[in-house]
Design a protein around this ligand. Structure first.
Ligand code: NAP
Length: 470
């Protein structure tokens, strides 16, 4: 019998549990999937945009793993935090612990004005419309008329799309009440998505990019001259002496070229679906490139815009400043410049990479594998790749763990780790508690004439887990 704890019930944690169940080297394996939150699924619940129903439906396959009889979900148990259990104590309870804690912080931009009121990390905005209980129900008002989203990755596209999409379309999703009413009252009409390099270096994927052009009542605007500044855009079939462009980049450039050719792309849905009644209701998404943020501008104590240095390609994949600047007015700034791993007290941490040092998933302490400690997912390899990338990442870690299985099985493990956690004063929420939360969210949705609606706060979630939500 091998008793394994997986810390984190997002995709990397659940794929780790699944890889442990699917292997045949150690037939008798028991997996406890711990989570700080009383809810499972990590970023699939609290990161995937509510209007991405297909990706959200991944929850069904994650659920099948968590419902396996060899797996126990242990929610509401933090590891490494002030109120949780330390890695050293957790190691007493299991033969092995796999840390799949993701990358929960936002990368800083380190420019003046970054923390002005009205400037937020995109991570916070995503957490808000995803009802993450750490953010609270009501921190955003969308009084702004112009928003700047900094960064051209998929998170930037997600937050821009949510800003540009009408609240009517989000009613059928599980967006919490406060976020839905703030989005319904939103005055945002201009959303600028701004990259510091060129379109061929943008990190968004083509499917996500295309979606912007299909938003009812929204218009995507690109500047042909700005796109043409990118040598790869100007010569998509390849530059003399350069490697061919990756297919994904070519597809992105084709979409941008199509928008550029049409002058401005009116959302494909605009004609067939409900177009805005008044011209002033139309929302514009402006995709901008070669602008490096240098300062957030302030008026009356709040953000009033962003000053960008204009850049040009440096011929080596980077950019250099031209010496000229452009200010874009914005009363809301969302910084979508990437996630960052957070140090978990008691585990080694590489502050430069924002990851736990490891060798094929084995945690390294002072360069040496630490018996019984493993990592998978973003805390192992950094915040890159799509959800499916976590599957192969988890498999690699589990392969290392299985190689070590004979040694691990000689370590002590608790017969009933949950009982010990309770003795230590923790209050685990088990699968039945999560199912009670699901029922409460369905009930809340019914009372509002909607499908399931997420409960956005800790007391509400914990009460629901006890069957007491109203
Ligand atoms: P990302 O893909 O790493 O993109 C970050 C963006 O921020 C890049 O455009 C980067 O530009 C820019 N940036 C970084 N530092 C900057 C600075 N100091 N000033 C200005 N710009 C800066 O990160 P992400 O969008 O947070 O996404 C994280 C991961 O989640 C990705 O793997 C993404 O695909 C995934 N994700 C997927 C989906 C989906 O599949 N629908 C949705 C959300 C997230 P440079 O390239 O110049 O550094």
């Amino acid at each position: 019998m091998l008793s394994v704890a997986v810390v984190g019930s997002g995709p990397s944690g659940v794929y780790t549990a699944q890889a442990l169940l699917q292997q045949s080297d150690v037939p008798n394996v028991r997996v406890h999937v711990l989570d700080r939150l009383p809810t499972p699924y990590g970023l699939v619940r609290y990161g995937v945009a509510p209007d991405h129903e297909k990706i959200k439906s991944l929850q069904n396959s994650l659920r099948a793993v968590l419902e396996d009889e060899r797996v126990t979900f242990v929610g509401n148990v933090g590891v490494g935090g002030a109120e949780g259990v330390s890695p050293a104590r957790l190691a007493e309870l299991y033969h092995a612990v796999v840390y799949c804690v993701g990358a929960s912080a936002d990368r800083p931009m380190t420019v003046p004005g970054e923390s002005l009121p009205g400037s937020y990390s995109a991570t916070r905005f995503v957490s808000w419309y995803s009802a993450h209980p750490d953010v609270g129900a009501d921190p955003f008002t969308l009084e702004a008329r112009s928003a700047v989203v900094i960064g051209v990755g998929n998170v930037a596209v997600d937050v821009a799309r949510i800003l540009a999409r009408g609240a009517d379309e989000l009613r059928s999703t599980d967006v919490p009440r406060a976020a839905l009413s703030a989005l319904a009252g939103s005055r945002v009409r201009e959303v600028h998505i701004v990259g510091r390099r060129g379109p061929s270096q943008a990190r968004f994927t083509t499917k996500e990019l295309r979606e912007l052009g299909a938003l009812p009542g929204a218009q995507v605007v690109v500047d042909p001259a700005e796109l043409a500044r990118d040598p790869a855009y100007a010569a998509p079939d390849g530059l003399p002496g350069a490697l061919p462009l990756p297919a994904a980049v070519r597809r992105n450039l084709e979409v941008l070229r199509g928008w550029s050719a049409s002058g401005a792309a009116v959302g494909a849905g605009a004609a067939s679906r409900r177009a805005p009644g008044r011209a002033e209701d139309a929302r514009r998404i402006r995709l901008r490139f070669f602008l490096r943020p240098v300062e957030l501008l302030e008026r009356a104590g709040r953000v009033a815009g962003v000053r960008f240095a204009r850049t040009v390609p440096d011929g080596a994949g980077g950019v250099r400043d031209t010496g000229s600047y452009e200010d874009i007015e914005a009363q809301l700034v969302l910084r979508a410049v990437g996630y960052r791993g957070v140090e978990l007290p008691g585990l080694p941490f590489d502050p430069v990479r924002g990851t736990v040092p490891h060798a094929a998933g084995r945690v390294l302490r002072d360069g040496v594998p630490s018996p019984g400690e493993y990592v998978a997912g973003w805390i192992k390899r950094g915040p890159t790749g799509v959800i499916g990338s976590n599957r192969s990442c988890a498999k690699e870690t589990v392969a290392s763990l299985l190689e070590d299985a004979a040694v691990l099985a000689r370590r002590t493990a608790a017969d009933d780790p949950l009982a010990v956690l309770r003795e230590w004063g923790l209050r685990p929420v088990e699968w039945s508690g999560w199912l009670a939360i699901e029922r409460a969210e369905a009930e809340l949705g019914r009372s509002l004439g909607r499908g399931p609606v997420k409960i956005p706060d800790w007391p509400g979630l914990l009460a629901a887990a006890r069957g007491e939500h109203r």
